[in-house]
Design a protein around this ligand. Sequence first.
Ligand code: ADP
Length: 468
Amino acid sequence: MQIKSKLLIAGAIIALIALTTMQGYLTFNTYDLRKKSFAVESRTKIGSIVSTPYVDSLSWAYRMEFIEKVPDFKNGAISKEELLKDLENAAKAKNEQFRDYFKRGAKHFKLDDHILFKKVASGILFTDENGATQEILVDGKDDPVFLLGEDFPLEEGLIINAWNWTFDKGYINENGLNSTVNIKYRASIYMKIVDWDKIIFKQLLILFLIAFLLFVFVITLVTYSIRNLLKLKRISDIKTDFINNITHELKTPLATLSIATKTLTNKFAKDNTDISQESIDTINRQNKRLQNLIDQVVDNSLGYNDIDLKLEPVNLTTFINEVCDDYALTLPRHIQFLRAIDKTSVEAYVDKFYLSTAIVNILNNAIKFDGTVIKVSYQIKNQMHIISITDNGIGISKKNKSLIFGKFFRVSERNEHNYKGLGLGLYYCNQIIKAHRGTIDVESKEKEGSTFYLKIPLDNGKADFTGR
Ligand code: ADP
């Protein structure tokens, strides 16, 4: 069972990790795919917006203005930089119209408004009739000339398209001769998606939410199952322990009874009244012991709701002293029995029989678990009657402190030392104190000893004392 449940738990945790990794991977993949398809969709839409005769006519207009300036450059009237600046300015003059048009197009094609568009001239080359070339703008080397759209840094954008255009421009050269220059012009368009991650995240929010909820659900399910499994295992261990303990407890009286009856049936004993009487006494004692054991199982298993208290006003100073006096008579000589019982005239509302049973149970444990110095104290503090029982026995580990009040719970290693018991004593004490509307606590340190506190509220039974 031990190995099997450990394997089951390990298996469940591994499966959970694998599932989470898979889910994480799939979610990430979906995210990545969505990102790519969003870029493709946006590209297509931009293509549809800008590939129109209207945009072509705008481009044609500023290009023509630029071409008109080429002879000035060829004849040395303006520099290369001035020529490019002229191109930029000519395009700029058309940009407002273009932006307006783009906005309308974006609306029409339902392009996300986080998408920016930019058109640049990225390469310009002049070739004379004699084949001599002049590089005005080198693609990939010089800064492209901004033409239309929004002027964002190109490294933040994605290229959508690029194309070449050529034109032969005739002009009169500086020598007054007719000449032609071939203009090769390259333009590129880019888009930038602002807050790209946020857009995709928003689109996939529902998916993420479902994935997250599923994840939480599976984790809760696995945790719940593991806890249940452990609980079942603990119950099964407790059952096995209980059966072992009760068998052990029954064995001794049964063996003694068997010897005593054998002796009685023995012819020699029949003639000897002393031996017969001794055997009868033994049988009676063991019979009582067996009866006690059965009573203990039946009574001590009661829950606090089943305990029918007969509450009465009791002076606990007197009462605890009486219980201690009686108990002291049963103690072996080597046990030191101390008391620190406050004198008070405040009465408590308790059931004397049940309260003395609880106190004696705890005193018995103190002795059983190797206490040699036992101290019983009583005081009224924080509106509570507090009875504490301290011993210097083997103590209780931190881990077990919260468990010892459970039904049938025994600290398992203790069996080796042969501390007899059924694990019902403290459970019963707890039920008795609970029935008094009080609480029971323990402070303990292993190998040093324990203190049990029985706390009963001052007003526990006063109100309905008459009714019970
Ligand atoms: P039992 O005494 O029959 O085992 P109890 O319910 O009285 O059952 O106690 C439960 C467990 O709590 C004990 O098995 C023991 O391990 C631990 N325990 C109780 N009282 C003491 C004590 N005074 N010192 C050390 N351990 C104790």
